[in-house]
Write a protein that binds this ligand. Structure first.
Ligand code: NDP
Ligand code: DA3
Length: 327
């Protein structure tokens, strides 16, 4: 078929979100799901799509145009990203901000070796928020940028909690400081530390026999995720996790507060209000999978970030249609 053939690597919240996003894309189709678990045990939302063991993925390099990596950034993508970028055009949502340069280098080397394209750190932050921070700095050089998230469920931080030894299940809510937001909105351009902008609230289900204080310490001191924040850890039952924390709302905004001319105040803002963080993030991944396919068709190779991708490549419309409809 002339549709772009998409496969999913890793079937969790993002994997399910990509599956449902592909049901709405006229020019792309889901051709396979790959999992490290037992494929026979995985029940997909949409019937008729084959599930294969991740260990067999090399057999499918000619059957897939773009592989969307839906693993966790804490421990899955650092290994899966480079390994799979050597075999497929890939898109991923890698979001350990401090480690993006080293992850980019590892994926770039692998993609160039395999003559593939790899678009990394796609989503909303990193992703659409990153693009809006860039626009703000480029358009309003005399200014200050701020990013606020939530209150909502961070999938990256929830994934990081689940990787702590002794944790059976977990979610993490990010809570913005209303005082910090008011100071930013006043236009006073405050300098705010990481700790002054957000706090983090973790709800953790322990494995039988796990030591709560050891788990709490591992969380509070976790670099890149929790060490720089005032963080609260609550221990709850598996039942409470299922009952009270199944929804994954999130959102936030990027604001650029700048000055032009003698003293003209200019405010630029981009915001999100999300019922489902994973379904939104997956929708961004799917749009960038279209771009990755087109870049591959043009003979491009290597890693890219959202900064390198022309917006027109994301749209199913042709350049001529875009000029007619959107300019
Ligand atoms: N850039 C951005 O804006 C955003 C980025 N993200 C990133 O997305 C990443 C993935 O998030 P999310 O999909 O919520 O993570 P999940 O924990 O749902 O899934 C991660 C992996 O764990 C495995 N898995 C899933 N469910 C189970 C289960 N019940 N038992 C055992 N293994 C399971 C799957 O691999 P397998 O099938 O191989 O077992 C899956 O790929 C986050 O770590 C975050 O970094 C998320 C949101 C926004
Ligand atoms: N990457 C985030 C997306 C946003 C949310 C967030 C946070 O709450 O710390 N940071 O970036 C996620 O995994 O949900």
């Amino acid at each position: 078929s002339s549709k772009i053939r998409i496969a999913i690597a890793g079937y969790g919240n993002l994997g399910r979100g990509v599956e449902s996003a592909l049901a709405c894309t006229p020019d792309m189709e889901l051709v396979a799901v790959f999992t490290r678990r037992d494929p026979a045990g995985l029940v997909l939302q949409s019937g008729g799509v084959p599930v294969h063991a991740m260990a067999r993925i090399e057999d499918f390099v000619d059957a897939v145009d773009v592989l969307i990596l839906c693993g966790g950034s804490k421990t899955d993508l650092p290994e899966q990203g480079p390994a799979l970028a050597a075999l497929f055009n890939t898109v991923d949502s890698f979001d350990t901000h401090a480690k993006v340069p080293e992850y980019f280098a590892a994926v770039d080397a692998a993609a160039r070796g395999g003559k593939r394209v790899a678009v990394i750190s796609v989503g909303w932050d990193p992703g659409l928020f990153s693009i809006n921070r860039l626009y703000g700095e480029a358009v309003l050089p005399d200014g200050a940028s701020y990013t606020f998230w939530g209150k909502g469920l961070s999938q990256g931080h929830s994934d990081a909690l689940r990787r702590v030894p002794g944790v059976q299940g977990a979610v993490q809510y990010t809570i913005p400081s209303q005082a910090a937001i008011e100071r930013v909105r006043s236009g006073s351009r405050p300098s705010l530390t990481t700790r002054e902008k957000h706090t983090r609230e973790c709800h953790v289900v322990l494995e039988a026999g796990a030591d709560p204080s050891a788990v709490e310490q591992a969380i509070l001191t976790m670099p890149d995720y929790f060490a720089d924040y005032d963080t609260k850890v609550n221990f709850i039952s598996a039942e409470a996790l299922r009952r009270d924390h199944a929804a994954m709302p999130h959102g936030g905004f990027v604001i650029r507060s700048g000055t032009t001319g003698v003293a003209s105040s200019q405010i630029m803002e981009f915001g999100l209000k999300l019922d489902s963080n994973p379904e939104f993030t997956s929708s961004v991944l799917v749009a960038y999978a279209r771009a990755a396919f087109r870049l591959g068709q043009q003979g491009e190779v290597g890693a890219r970030t959202v900064f390198d991708i022309a917006p027109g490549l994301l749209s199913p419309k042709s350049a001529a249609e875009l000029r007619k409809e959107l300019l």
